[in-house]
Design a protein around this ligand. Structure first.
Ligand SMILES: [Fe+2]
Length: 253
C-alpha cells in the first residue's frame, strides 16, 4: 500500500506524474489564484515519514495562504502496526502530524475565513467521538451558516459501505481490505451510536450549508436531505476542488 501512489497519472493530461509534483502544481495554482484558504481533508501522506511531513509543512508555510488540515486514515497508518484505530490516530497526530494543525485540536477545530465558518472534524477512524458530537452541537447552535470538512464522506443512499461514514451495513462483514491494508478489522457491531447520532444531526442541521470530504479518490456530489456533499478527487493525480462562495442575495444587483 505504501508505494501504491508513487507514480500516478495526471487527472487532466493522463501523463505520468507523482504526488510531489502534483502537490507543488496545486500550491502554485492556489498562489496564482490568490486563494483565501488551502483546505486539506486528509490522506496527504502514505506511510508518513517525518521528512514528508516537514516538506509539506514548509511548502504550506512558505506559500503565504492560510491553510487547514485534518487527518485521513492513511496519514497515521503504518501497515502492520499494532493498536486500535483510535490509539494510532492519537499517537501519530501528536507525535508526527502535530505541526500541520497549527496549535488547533487535531480532532475538531473551527476556522473563520472571510466570514465563512468552517468546522473540521476528524472521522478518519470512521467514527465520531462523544466530544466531537458535542463540539458539533455547540458550534451549530448559532444561526450563522457554516460548512463541515471531514476526511471520510458521510453515507449517501446507493453508495457502497467503504464510501462513507454512517452506512448502516458498515462493519466487520463488509470490510474487505483489512488484510491488504494490514490494519485492525472494522468492528463486528458496526458504527457506534454516537457516530449514527452525529450522522442524523448533521443532516437535520438547518444552518449547515454543505460538506466537503476526500478519502474515496473520486469526484462525487450527493444531496442528502437537501444538503450537498462534495468529494474531491485525489491530489496524487493533481486533482483538487476550487470552491467559490457567493452570497445568495447580492445587494444592488
Ligand atoms: Fe482515506
Amino acid at each position: 500500500m505504501a508505494g501504491a501512489y508513487n507514480i500516478t497519472k495526471h487527472f487532466r493530461t493522463g501523463e505520468e506524474t507523482n504526488p510531489v509534483r502534483c502537490f507543488e502544481e496545486t500550491m502554485e495554482l492556489a498562489i496564482e489564484k490568490n486563494a483565501d484558504l488551502i483546505a486539506m481533508t486528509g490522506d496527504i501522506f502514505s506511510f508518513p515519514s517525518e521528512a514528508a511531513i516537514e516538506w509539506v509543512h514548509e511548502k504550506l508555510n512558505n506559500c503565504g495562504i492560510p491553510y487547514m488540515y485534518i487527518a485521513g486514515n492513511h496519514d497515521w497508518h503504518y501497515e502492520g502496526m499494532d493498536g486500535s484505530r483510535e490509539e494510532l490516530l492519537d499517537i501519530w497526530t501528536k507525535r508526527r502530524l502535530t505541526t500541520l494543525y497549527q496549535g488547533n485540536d487535531p480532532l475538531m477545530a473551527s476556522y473563520e475565513i472571510n466570514g465563512i465558518k468552517i468546522l473540521a472534524i476528524d472521522n478518519s477512524t470512521y467514527e465520531i467521538l462523544p466530544e466531537q458530537l458535542e463540539f458539533f452541537r455547540e458550534n451549530s447552535k448559532e444561526e450563522d451558516p457554516f460548512i463541515l470538512m471531514m476526511h471520510i464522506p458521510l453515507y449517501a443512499a446507493g453508495r457502497p459501505t467503504d464510501y462513507g461514514c454512517g452506512h448502516p451495513s458498515w462493519g466487520a462483514e463488509s470490510d474487505r481490505s483489512y488484510e491488504l491494508e494490514r490494519r485492525e478489522r472494522w468492528p463486528e457491531e458496526g458504527h457506534t451510536g454516537v457516530t449514527m447520532d452525529f450522522y442524523d444531526e448533521v443532516f437535520s442541521c438547518d444552518n449547515l450549508l454543505g460538506i466537503f470530504a476526500g478519502h474515496i479518490h473520486r469526484q462525487t456530489i450527493d444531496i442528502v436531505k437537501g444538503k450537498p456533499q462534495f468529494v474531491a478527487d485525489a491530489n496524487t493525480t493533481g486533482a483538487f476542488l476550487e470552491i467559490n462562495f457567493l452570497p445568495l442575495d447580492i445587494k444592488g444587483v
